[in-house]
Structures are given as C-alpha cells and as structure tokens.
Write a protein that binds this ligand. Structure first.
Ligand code: GLC
Length: 650
C-alpha cells in the first residue's frame, strides 16, 4: 500500500518536473531514483510528512537532485559507474590518508601541486584538505564557521584552483576529501544575516527564540562543547533581539533540520562539491544534527534519518561519493553512523574511530593494554561495507570517550582514571614527559580533553630539550608503535600533516588574537619544509620516523590481510602490556598476519605454542613483515622490544 503511494507520488513528481530537467537525457538518474525512491520518500515523510507543503518540498528535493545530476561532469559519471560495479573499492588496504591545512602545508591550493610528491613519497593517496570554504576572519573556528558554502576562502585560492588540484590528484590516483559543515553556519552567512534582519523564512533555518523560556529548557539537558570559551548553548543576538542556538562557538548558529528547506539546501551543497570532483565528503559534527528538548541533543534518531536521506539522495546523483561521519561520541553510538540493521552502510561509509584513538593513548599512559583490549573487544561489530578512519592525532583535541563500564571492568575508577590521563598528558605526573595542554576544562564536571602534537605528547619535545638520547629513542618508538596500530587495525589510516617528521607543539598561536584562547592551535602548525627535507638524511629524527612510517605503508599496501573485510580477531596474550590481533586474507584464510604491540617501556614476550595451536605459522618459520627478520617456530617465546610492534606472517 505504502509502496503504491510512493510510486504514484514519484509519477506525479516526474510529470511535474520543469521542462529544462525533463528534456535532458537522465537515464542513470531515473534508474537510481526508481531504486532509491521508496527509501527517500519514507524518510522524507517520516521527517516532514506532517507539513501541509510536504508534496511541494518533495518535488523540490527531486528537482535538486536532478539539476545536480545534469551538471555532474561526464568523467565523474563514469567514475560513479565504475565504483557502483566495484562497490567495495574503498575497503582495500591500498588507501592511506593524510589530513592537512592547505595554507599551512603549501601556502594555498595552488601550492599543493608541488607538495604532492611528499605525500607520494610517504605512500599517502588520500588527502583530506581541512575546510576551505569562506569564513569570516577571526571568527572561523579553523574553517568550521562557514559564511559561504560555495565559495572558497580567498586565503586558500579559487574554485579554479580546487578544480585543478582535483584533476591533478585524480591523475595521480589520489582521492580528495573535503569538509561539509552540515550542523551550523557562521553568524555572517547570508541566511543568518537575513534572519537577523527579521526575515521569518530564514529565522526558521535556525533555532531562534524571543525569550529564555525555550533556551532554559534546552539547557537543562544539553552539555557544553566549549565550556571555557563558549559556555552555554545559546547566544543573545543584539541586533535581532533574540536568542540563537549556538552549540559550538557563539558565532556558529545551529541549523534547524526540522525545516526541510535546510535539508534541501545542504543536500544541494553536498552535491555541488561532489560535482567538483570530491571523492569523499567529511560531514562535520553529525551527532548534533537533531535537537530534542529533554535530551542531550546528540545522536537522536532523526539525526540518523537525516544522514540516511542524505546518503540515499547522493546515491541517486553522485553514487561514487562517500561520506565520513565525524561523530566523536560514545563507542556504541559512533558505530550507528554507518547505519543500523543493514549489511552495507546506509548513512556514512566511513567513520572516525575515536574510541580506538583514545584507547591507544590510554595504553601509552598506563603502559598496559587492559582497557585497550577490553574497549576493542566491546566495540560493536561494524557493517560489511563500511570502514573506520583510524588515526592517532587530528586537528582536534583528544577526549577520553571510552565507556565507563569498560574503565571499571579494567580495574579503574572512571573519574580518577580520566583525571590521571589529563595529568599524564599535561606532564603533571611523575614519569610523564608529555607536553600536552588541557582543553575544554569543564569546572562543573571536572572533565578535560588534551591538545598537543603527536610528537610532543609522545615525549619527543621534552626529550630533545633535555638532549636525552634514551628518551628521544623512546619517543620515536612510541610514535611508530601508535602508527603501526592504525595501519594494521582495519580501515583507512589517516595521518596528520607533520606527524611523519616528528613535528612538535607550536605555541605561536598565543600571539594571534583570533586563536590564543583555543589551544587546539598548538597542534596546527606551519609545515616546516626544512625539517621535512631532513627525512632524507639518515640518522635524523625526521628520517627515522618518516622511513618507519613509509615502510609500514608500503608493507600494508602489499598485504591483502590488511584490507578491511571485518577480518580481525583479538588475541589474548596473557600479558597485560601486549595488544594483539590477527588479520587474515578473506580469499585465503590461511594467510594470516599476527599484529602485536608492546605498550610497556620494557621488552615483553609471548609464548609461541598457543599461537601455533591457533593456526599461526604452520610452515615452521615466520617473518616480521616490516624488518624482514625471520624466526623459527622452534623458539618457545617471542620477544617484543619496549614500545615496539611486530607484524608477523608465515
Ligand atoms: C568538528 C571539528 C572541530 C570544530 C567543530 C565545530 O568537531 O572537527 O574542529 O570545532 O566541529 O564545527
């Protein structure tokens, strides 16, 4: 019955299409629309069905998809077809990413061409260029307070520069990732300006209230994201004389997806960038997309419906494009951004593995893997056609988002353990030489997150200052160990620019009035190309880190077991300092890799007999994939040096 309604609505919509759309050759569009219409209609109806203008909005939605399909360049339509055929293409072990700011890395977009060889030297073939859309200077939140979604900020270049970079990347077989800030706009966006000027149509794009009644009710249950610099979730707009919901900074106005016009506008923007050759769109802050009184306004069911709808619509117009969910939330919530009760991702194909990232840092601080093992074991199973973005550092802070239940099961008290981690990474702990800063300190809850570069958090900065060779050695090992885990875990490893050459904290942000109160800038430095050149000088710190990572990337790409086919099994090692798992080649299950990381500062070993029983190393010998060293299975135990890893294969 419902399907019939949906079909007849589709017919009505197609008949009513504007002539400039109807007269085009839209073969694949119609096929894909037919295949996805039932889902699109049900979702749109569930979100907006009660509105009297529902049918009109639905018509507008389909026309938006059709128009963008018409403007989608032929070469991208070809890529769509190829990716539809090889639909698991992104699960391959061949992909390795890096996130970077194009201005800090290469002055601007056109400067990027001359730096691609650096990425290729390392083996990186997926580039996430941090936000480049137009933002007001000084009120940009690092690019996440967008004034014009379709315009590139002149500091970075022009649309022509981006097109040329996208084409260069494509020729080199590299993927381009860009951000779409779907949750909010800058208060200087034209929609915000019109709202401020009193236009009701645009006030409905946001959450705007004449008095404190509703804001106060929302505040009862909404947490604060930036408690120090932007407390509360509402901002008084003097000119409008009203309160606006601003979950992040005061100048970032939350979009109201209860209004279908907002959804359609944002879909149009998603498809616009898809048509500029972006392979993967990082959807920012997706957990916040739906606000509901009485809740913490995160991870709401409707937020998932919005993403499903976005995905289904994108499948019709630009099916080759993938979404990354940036949802830094509890482990059992993150996984839902792939979609639930499905085999293939139905929301975002890729999600940040924030849980694994935080667990890795926890294991470094405690030198034990109890919580890491427990946290990974408790990660719910991922869908088949979906993958993680595994990372050690990114442009944001590190939050201790693992579950309290797991912390208790690992033998710690949640509050004091999180406090210990903050103390450890800010160097306020006996044996810690980490140089992080506490970020987002919440005086009410006692929570805090951590800023700092990978190298400085790993102790390299303090070690260099003290000219302590042993500590330098230990810091390099820590960095390489952490990266070895993200390379092998299953998913796409995402490096952060500067980390492959041991870039330290940069406190120059303190001299910038627009940045000094946000210490995440300590790990968003200018790329130091003189330092990068040292990667070619044997024995330098840069050379040691860079070559180790380059080697891991090369080995990863050659090792089919590292493709992400949900082919990982945790292995219990009976040693509280080791973290071990196996990866197997789905086409040849006997081809297994045993990954072992030692998080302790002393060597640790494991017995071989249980591994042999589990079916590892049947051929009498095995080798370390990264060093090439061979071992005989006649040895009783295998030693893993301090803060080191092994990838072992028969
Ligand atoms: C995302 C970004 C972060 C930004 C926030 C608000 O979490 O990664 O940098 O501050 O969204 O846009």
């Amino acid at each position: 019955m419902y399907e019939q309604v949906s079909h007849s609505l589709l017919n009505d919509i197609l008949i009513a299409l504007k002539p400039e759309i109807k007269n085009q050759k839209l073969q694949h569009f119609y096929t894909r629309l037919g295949a996805n219409f039932y889902a699109i209609h049900s979702l749109f109806c569930s979100l907006y069905g009660a509105r009297p203008d529902f049918k009109k909005q639905m018509q507008h939605l389909v026309e938006t998809m059709a128009k963008q399909y018409i403007s989608r360049p032929a070469y991208l339509k070809k890529t769509d077809l190829a990716r539809e055929k090889d639909h698991n293409w992104f699960l391959s072990q061949e992909w390795v990413g890096m996130a970077l700011y194009c201005d800090n890395f290469a002055d601007n977009l056109s400067g990027m061409h001359n730096k691609l060889h650096y990425l290729q030297d390392l083996g990186v073939n997926l580039v996430h260029i941090m936000p480049i859309a137009d933002c007001p200077e000084g009120k940009s939140d690092g690019g996440y307070a967008v004034r014009d979604f379709r315009k590139i900020d002149s500091r970075f270049g022009s649309l022509k520069d981006l097109d040329s970079l996208a084409s260069d990347l494509r020729k080199r077989g590299m993927l381009l990732t860009l951000d779409i800030v779907v949750n909010h706009t800058s208060d200087e966006h034209v929609w915000a300006k019109k709202a401020r000027a009193g236009e009701k149509e645009y006030q409905d794009y946001y959450f705007i209230f004449g008095d404190r009644q509703m804001p106060d009710m929302y505040e009862e249950t909404m947490p604060e994201v930036f408690p120090e610099t932007a407390p509360g979730n509402f901002t008084w707009d003097e000119e409008m004389g009203k309160w606006v919901m601003t979950v992040f900074n005061h100048y970032q106005w939350d979009l109201n997806y209860q209004n279908p016009a907002v959804f359609i506008e944002m879909l149009d923007i998603v498809l616009y960038w898809a048509n500029h050759g972006v392979d993967i769109l990082r959807l920012d802050a997706v957990a916040f997309l739906w606000k509901k009184l009485g809740s913490n306004c995160q991870n709401e069911r409707e937020a998932h419906q919005i993403l499903q709808l976005m995905k289904d619509c994108c499948q019709v117009t630009a099916p080759g494009v993938l979404f990354i969910a940036e949802a830094i939330v509890a482990p059992n919530e993150i996984i839902k951004y792939f979609g639930e009760d499905a085999i293939n991702a139905k929301e975002c194909e890729i999600a940040y593995n924030a849980t694994f990232m935080a667990l890795l840092w926890e294991a470094i601080a405690t030198k034990r893997t109890t919580l890491l093992n427990r946290g990974v074991r408790c990660l719910p199973d991922k869908l088949e056609r979906a993958t993680w973005l595994n990372y050690v550092r990114c442009h944001d802070d590190i939050g201790w988002g693992f579950s309290d239940v797991d912390i208790v099961a690992a033998g710690y008290d949640p509050q004091s353990h999180r406090r210990f981690l903050v103390d450890y990474y800010t160097g306020n702990y006996d044996d810690s030489i980490a140089r992080g800063l506490a970020f987002g300190i919440n005086k009410k809850t006692g929570d805090a997150r951590i800023s700092g570069s990978l190298a400085s958090l790993a102790g390299l900065e303090a070690a260099i200052e003290a000219n302590n060779q042993d500590e330098i050695e230990a810091a390099i090992k820590t960095i390489v160990l952490l990266q070895s885990m993200t390379m092998a875990f299953g998913g796409i490893p995402l490096l952060y620019y500067g980390d492959a050459i041991g870039t330290l904290n940069d406190d120059s942000y303190l001299n910038d009035a627009a940045k000094f109160d946000d210490n995440r800038w300590i790990h968003r430095p200018l790329m130091n190309w003189d330092k990068a050149a040292k990667r070619k000088q044997p024995g330098t710190i840069e050379n040691r880190i860079f070559t180790a990572i380059r080697n891991m990337i090369a080995v990863r790409k050659e090792t089919a077991a590292f493709a992400d086919r949900n082919n990982r099994e945790l292995i219990s090692m009976d040693n509280p300092h080791l973290f071990a798992f196996s990866r197997f080649d789905v086409l040849n299950a006997s081809s297994k890799v045993l990954v072992v990381g030692n998080f302790d500062i002393n060597p640790q070993s494991f017995e071989l007999a249980p591994m042999l029983k589990m079916g590892f190393f049947r051929n009498g010998s095995f080798k370390s994939l990264c060093s090439g060293e061979t071992f005989l299975t006649s040895v009783a135990t295998v030693e893993v040096p301090a803060r080191s890893f092994l990838w072992l294969q028969t």
